[in-house]
Ligand binder design. Structure first.
Ligand code: PHE
Length: 452
């Protein structure tokens, strides 16, 4: 089952390119929009601890497993399972990833659309002189309207499709390489302003001092879902990207570096947000609007706030874009390789289908806000199902496949570049993906539905 590199396939050209593309996928709205509000709703520091535990114990091993499957399989998520397993059933995991991709892209583009509106608002200096309450009202009236959010969502999907049509080297790699380092720098500047606000200590205390009384079974599921969502794992994004990684690059190192950077950015986003939440007398459990309520206040209070605010929202949109392209690529790679459709046509079809579902998500804040499933809006249902169910389930199948069905020697060869690299902790890795990770994921599930 040793499959050589497929030289006709497009792929990344350098290690730096891979890191930027994979980190570009991982770092996105999940870090800056989703992480702070999920922490806010789940009690702060205690949630953070569980989250970090899941990243180390489950996130990194699942990520590495995805890279191993993709680079060995040299195909999209579906095709890699098909080639490596030779069975009809394993590719269904890839198919589930494609369903997850549509689901995530749909609600992701809603929020990405909001960030584009904020680029516009920052550009025209719309928040100038407004009180915190008025800044909140701007957001409320915007996201509960229909026309503008939809317009921006469409614009965002067009950008996403545009990059994907261009391919891997000339699309994904080219853009992420420039944009990711810039985002990091800007976030650091905002962190400095936020922690020097009056009363900042309270926010930092909320983020870093664990209050275990806030933990319930649901907290664990939320932390698991957030870890998977943030690392872009569990649906084959990194299987797909892994298939574009050169056989000389070191998969274990890439997995560590990407996971570390992703986690660092999420924590920095928390450090930027929570001091401001408390300084401006807001509540940390504002939900999906949290950053849109809070951040414009920080920019108001900082020297050069106009320019920093503008750059920040531009970069946030870009971070969203470098993630959304990785989601669309999962579907497009599948359509190109398995359905034999041309790349351009696949991109347009997939983007249109995702946009259609995406419109329902956007409208679930306005005209469809009363449409509910189990008491949740369309947006909330899709987010919950993808992040907390499909991704962990996909991750479970991915580690089971790698640990039990791929063959340990195949896994070792792929990780060590056919014995050229010394890999440390291989046995520990195998132990984790065979036993610890599957058991942990299943326990979190059973626990959250109340069976345990
Ligand atoms: N990791 C991305 C983020 O944090 C979202 C994402 C999820 C991307 C799943 C790809 C796959 O914003």
């Amino acid at each position: 089952m040793s499959l050589g590199e497929d030289s006709k396939r497009d792929g990344f050209s350098s290690k730096f390119g891979i890191i930027c593309a994979a980190a570009g996928s991982a770092i996105g709205l999940g870090n800056i929009w989703r992480f702070p509000y999920i922490v806010g709703e789940n009690g702060g520091g205690a949630f953070l601890l569980i989250y970090l535990g899941f990243i180390l114990l489950l996130g990194i091993p699942v990520m590495l497993s995805e890279f191993v499957i993709g680079r060995r399989g040299q195909r999209n998520a579906y095709g890699s399972f098909k080639r490596l397993s030779g069975s009809k059933y394993w590719p269904l995991v890839g198919l589930m990833g494609i369903v997850a991709a549509f689901t995530i892209l749909a609600f992701y583009s809603t929020i990405a659309g909001w960030t584009l509106e904020y680029v516009y608002l920052a550009l025209i200096n719309a928040f100038k002189g407004l009180e915190a309450k008025e800044i909140g009202e701007v957001f409320d009236s915007f996201h509960t309207s229909a026309f503008r959010p939809i317009l921006w969502q469409l614009v965002f999907m067009v950008f996403t499709a545009f990059i994907i049509v261009a391919g891997i080297k000339k699309g994904i790699e080219k853009y992420t390489k420039v944009l990711m380092p810039f985002l990091f720098l800007l976030l650091l500047i905002i962190v400095v302003r936020s922690v020097t606000l009056p009363n900042a200590g309270e926010g930092l205390k909320f983020l870093f001092s664990p209050d275990f009384s806030a933990i319930t079974a649901k907290t664990f599921l939320e932390a698991l879902g957030q870890a998977f969502f943030s690392l872009s794992i569990g649906m084959g994004t990194l299987i797909t990207y892994g298939s574009y990684v050169n056989k000389k690059n070191k998969l274990p190192n890439i997995s560590f570096e990407v996971s570390f950077t992703d986690t660092l950015i999420a924590i920095l986003a928390g450090v930027a947000i929570f001091p401001a939440v408390f300084a401006f007398g807001m509540a940390p459990d504002e939900g999906a609007g949290l950053i849109f309520y809070v951040l414009p206040n920080i920019f108001q209070q900082m020297a050069g706030g106009y320019i920093f605010g503008l750059m920040f929202f531009i970069l946030l949109s870009i971070a969203a874009l470098t993630s959304s392209i990785s989601i669309l690529e999962v579907v497009v790679a599948f359509m190109v390789e398995e359905l034999k459709l041309p790349r351009r046509k696949s991109t347009i079809l997939a983007a249109m289908a995702a946009t259609f579902v995406g419109l329902l998500c956007t409208l679930s804040f306005s005209s469809l806000s009363e449409v509910k499933l189990f008491n949740s809006t369309i947006f909330e249902t899709l987010d919950f199902t993808a992040s907390n169910v499909l991704l962990p389930l996909g991750g479970l199948m991915i580690v089971i496949f790698t640990g039990w069905f791929m063959g340990i020697s195949n896994v070792k060869n792929e990780m060590s570049n056919d014995g050229l690299l010394k890999i440390r902790l291989f046995d520990a890795f195998i132990f984790i993906i065979r036993y610890i990770a599957p058991v942990a994921i299943v326990l979190v599930f059973l626990n959250s539905v109340g069976i345990l």
